[in-house]
Write a protein that binds this ligand. Structure first.
Ligand code: ADP
Ligand code: ADP
Length: 228
């Protein structure tokens, strides 16, 4: 069964602008795919429909077989535990340490401190920030802050991780590092969808690429078809 399924999804914003036009695709469990296309193509809108920041005007989005139309009210919080989001600006709490930022999603779901601390240390080691747990976000470089954002997104072992231009502010070397970090997630069962307009970077990753063009899914390129 697919983790994510878009079925005839159209999104028309108030004022009549069509941001997505009859989009259809499936993501299988443990798959990693990129979402690309020009600025204004509809990438952010597509991700917003997945984490319920927006609703489709027509069609349906299914997550683990459930139509997201049925996910309302208190169920939205539960949905957002299963789907993590990484933003370009990472949105860290600037007055909390790195460890506290990463602990937050676990504390919010009622996990006990000893278990939280163990998991936070483990995940910060994994993203290469084991030595910076007590630092504040402002003391870290841009690439390190983005790694904290990713650590916070994956600490709760989400079924699906979506990222909106996660390397938008980073230089090519840091971007490649962040992408390898994402690429390690499917091995642990997390499905990954990353919006990026950096075509060079996307092609080098050799994963499936969904191409949006003026709101339409113009291409769906399998990883095997991305030649050198
Ligand atoms: P991308 O992420 O690919 O740059 P977006 O999904 O942000 O594209 O935007 C797709 C289109 O929808 C753009 O033309 C944009 O101007 C429009 N749009 C995005 N958000 C809104 C909104 N809240 N209200 C009206 N139009 C919007
Ligand atoms: P980059 O070259 O990747 O942009 P920076 O020059 O911002 O990185 O930072 C280099 C190193 O110094 C990083 O490990 C970062 O965590 C550390 N650092 C930067 N600013 C501070 C600060 N104000 N306090 C403590 N450490 C800092």
């Amino acid at each position: 069964m697919s983790v994510l399924r878009f079925e005839g999804v159209t999104k028309r914003y108030e004022g009549g602008h069509v941001a997505l036009d009859n989009v259809n695709f499936d993501l299988a469990k443990g798959e990693m795919a990129f979402l690309t296309g020009h600025s204004g193509a509809g990438k952010s809108t597509l991700l917003k429909l997945i984490h319920l920041a927006e609703r489709p005007s027509r069609g349906s989005v299914f997550f683990n077989g459930t139509n997201l139309l049925k996910v309302k009210g208190r169920k939205i919080a539960f949905h957002r535990r299963a789907v993590s989001v990484v933003f370009q600006d990472h949105r860290l709490l600037t007055d909390r340490t790195i460890a506290d930022n990463v602990a937050l999603p676990l504390l919010l779901r009622g996990m006990r401190r000893p278990e939280v601390n163990r998991r936070v240390s483990e995940i910060l080691e994994r993203v290469g920030l084991g030595a910076r747990q007590r630092a504040l976000p402002g003391q870290l470089s841009a690439g390190e802050q983005q790694r904290v954002g990713i650590a916070r997104a994956i600490v709760s072992e989400p079924d699906l991780l979506v990222a909106d231009e996660p390397t938008g502010n980073l230089d090519p070397t840091l971007s490649a590092e962040i992408m390898s970090l994402f690429a390690s997630l499917p091995d642990r069962g997390t499905t990954v969808l990353i919006a990026s307009h950096d075509l060079g970077l996307v092609r080098r990753m050799r994963r499936r690429v969904l191409v949006l063009n003026h709101g339409q899914l113009a291409d769906d390129i399998a990883a095997e078809d991305l030649a050198e």
